[in-house]
Design a protein around this ligand. Structure first.
Ligand code: CAA
Length: 258
């Protein structure tokens, strides 16, 4: 299938989805997000893909939900359609590892979809923000929830109530992003991290992601029990046998995703 608003490329076991609506700074309109959801469904079903990178342009990862598209919406329509659930939230439902590579603006929905990814690698030029309050609304794709969990209440309140932007260094020191790199190294760094993940056992990487994400939903005791059971279940896989044998034999493991 051809896409109009995204570019989907693959390099070995790594797929890259590039948001590609540069004139609108990658504002997330419904067509673009439907394409993202379609691409993710395809990549999830494709056993040859082990990790995905979500990225944008140099100037904008994404400057938010499309304000012009949503400005005239009426409550009952967007309530009935459950606005954002079907397509934007496909990123949070994606079960394989997904990395956000962010350069330029990641504002509003842009910051929110970056936070739905498993981690964010930022270029020095990245700017994060939840400026929805300037539009007479508030974040609507998880910003008030995920930002608190990432940066804590004080900073999340500051961002959501003042609408100010956070630069890449502040995002790093606030734990919103895992790494900051020069712009020229952004995609290379993301590709390297993604290739490393994709070389692991795919089901084990998926279970690891599931366990880390469960920490947001469960009490500590429930989370530890969940982790323990998943860990124990890994001993049913050929990849556990291979990984541990390779260590003892001082060689690289060859995982079969089994
Ligand atoms: N929606 C629709 N169009 C957008 C957009 C958005 N979120 N962000 C930028 N654009 C469009 C602009 O309207 C402009 O289009 P035209 O050339 O047709 O006028 C084009 O992209 C370029 O933008 P600017 O001329 O404004 O570029 P700039 O460099 O001067 O400013 C900016 C950049 C500071 C990011 C500015 O564009 C801006 O403030 N954008 C809006 C940011 C925002 O408020 N995001 C939150 C959206 S609401 C949301 O996301 C809700 C939610 O949680 C679900």
């Amino acid at each position: 299938m051809g896409y109009d608003m995204i570019e989907l490329t693959t390099d070995g076991a790594v797929a890259t989805i590039k948001l590609d609506r540069p004139k609108a700074l990658n504002a997330l309109n419904s067509e673009m997000m439907a394409e993202v959801a379609t691409a993710l469904a395809k990549l999830e079903a494709d056993d040859t893909i082990g990790c995905v990178i979500l990225t944008g342009s140099e100037k904008a990862f994404a400057a938010g939900a499309d304000i012009k598209e949503m400005a005239d919406n009426e409550y009952l329509d967007i309530y009935k359609n459950d606005m954002f659930e079907a397509n934007h939230c496909a990123i949070e439902r994606f079960r394989k590892p997904i990395i956000a590579a962010v350069s330029g603006y990641a504002l509003g929905g842009g910051c929110e979809i970056a936070m739905m990814c498993d981690f964010i690698i930022a270029a020095e030029t990245a700017k994060f923000g939840q400026p929805e309050i300037n539009l007479g609304v508030m974040p609507g794709i998880g910003g008030t929830q995920r930002l608190v969990r990432a940066v804590g209440k004080a900073k999340a309140m500051d961002m959501c109530l003042t609408g100010r932007m956070m630069d890449a260094q502040e995002a790093l020191s606030s734990n919103l992003v895992s790494r900051v790199v020069p712009l020229d190294n952004l995609m290379e760094t993301a590709q390297e991290a993604a290739a490393k993940i994709a070389a692991q056992s795919q089901p084990i990487a998926m279970m690891t992601k599931e366990a880390v994400n469960a920490s947001f939903e469960m009490t500590l005791a429930q989370g530890i029990r969940f982790e323990r059971r998943l860990f124990q279940s890994m001993f049913t896989t050929q990849d556990q046998k291979e990984g541990m044998a390779a260590f003892s034999e001082k060689r690289k493991p060859h995982f079969k995703n089994k």
